[in-house]
Design a binder for this molecule. Structure first.
Ligand code: DAH
Length: 343
């Protein structure tokens, strides 16, 4: 019997040393040390031995068991280390590789200018209002004193959703919205936003463009307030040396109406090819809010007066940066946008 223990041990040790992974180790452990193993079944023969034989055989049996168990543990540890190293090697990261470079995009000059204009007016105590880009005929035209048959509508053809609903042609409808919401209280707002017209796109036209509307309503507002406000805006936007000029004009929602020009940055007012010899460049339209508009939107023209203006955002950006094509704002060509990146 002692001999069979030697045989079992030799056989087990051989198998253990042949194991190639931890799964095989578990298999061998099962074969030699589980309750049903040959070694364990020899345990049950102990009872039939004499006390001396039992002592000797029992000892040998235990010895064999622990030798096999130790060999299994040692091999298991060895294989686990090998397996771990293999895994580590396969997942190796080369931390000496240079990182991937990414470049941060620039801000479209359109937004640089929109933010600058907004800041200038916030500094004068205006707040920012907004309104829908999809408008009703009522707000886009009627409440601004442009009835159905008014010729001014011809210049503002747009995209219609139905007979009564359209993409707004200007930011002026926000004047009517703000007046109706303000319910007779004084107003001092600007509204930057997208506007649409059914124009064919070319270097100076875009079916989508943007304006900043301005509206001030209070008791005792006169055209001097309009002029001072726009002069301050022009100087902050285009430089302290700029002068402005108000030219008489016509808009249905203002009376009187003006077109505002600034002295040409190129020639300083002497006249050159950029200003077509006039010394001035037109930058915006404005005027005193028409009494009809005040009335239709809940303000008594006998008590309140106001001024309004509309600035083309792209136009200001074009003048500030000397951009030659309005479409460039919308094409998102990074080579164009990157030129305006602050260092
Ligand atoms: N809404 C006008 C346009 O798109 C611009 C404008 C002119 C707005 C005079 C005004 C204004 O508020 O007073 O052509």
């Amino acid at each position: 019997m002692a001999q069979s223990l030697d045989l079992i041990r030799e056989e087990a040790l051989k198998k253990i040393s042949d194991c190639k992974n931890t799964d095989e180790i578990n298999e061998v452990r099962n074969t030699y040390l589980s309750k049903k193993s040959e070694l364990m079944s020899l345990m049950s023969t102990l009872g039939s031995l004499t006390p001396d034989e039992r002592k000797e055989f029992g000892m040998k049996l235990n010895q064999t068991k622990s030798q096999i168990s130790e060999a299994l543990n040692a091999k298991q540890e060895e294989l686990a280390t090998v397996e771990l190293n293999k895994k580590l090697a396969s997942e190796e990261i080369d931390i000496s590789l240079p990182g991937r470079n990414f470049s941060r995009g620039g801000k479209n000059p359109f937004y640089i200018i929109e933010d600058e204009i907004t800041d200038i007016f916030l500094g004068m105590g205006f707040s920012v209002a907004s309104g829908p880009e999809i408008e009703t005929d009522l707000f886009n035209f009627e409440l601004l004193n442009i009835p159905k048959d008014h010729p001014a509508r011809d210049m503002q053809d747009t995209f219609y959703i139905n007979d009564n609903t359209l993409l707004r042609t200007h930011t002026s409808p926000v004047q009517a919205h703000t007046m109706q919401e303000s319910k007779g209280e004084p107003i001092r707002i600007i509204c930057p936003g997208k506007t649409y017209r059914r124009d064919d796109d070319d270097a100076t036209h875009s079916h989508q463009f943007a304006q900043i509307e301005g509206l001030v309503i209070d008791k005792g507002i006169n055209i001097g307030h309009l002029k001072a406000t726009l002069e301050l805006f022009a100087k902050k936007m285009f430089g302290e040396k700029r002068e402005i000029r108000l030219r008489s004009s016509y808009f249905p929602f203002t009376e009187p109406s003006v077109e505002v020009d600034i002295t040409c940055a190129n020639c300083g007012g002497k006249g050159c090819s950029m200003c077509k010899g006039t010394g001035y460049i037109e930058i915006l339209g404005g005027g005193m809010v028409h009494p009809n508009v005040l009335k239709m939107n809940g303000y008594d023209p006998e008590v309140y007066s106001g001024f309004a203006f509309g600035i083309g955002i792209e136009r200001v950006a074009i003048l500030r940066y000397g951009i030659d094509d309005i479409r460039k704002f919308y094409q998102n060509d990074v080579r164009f946008i990157e030129q305006f990146k602050k260092a």
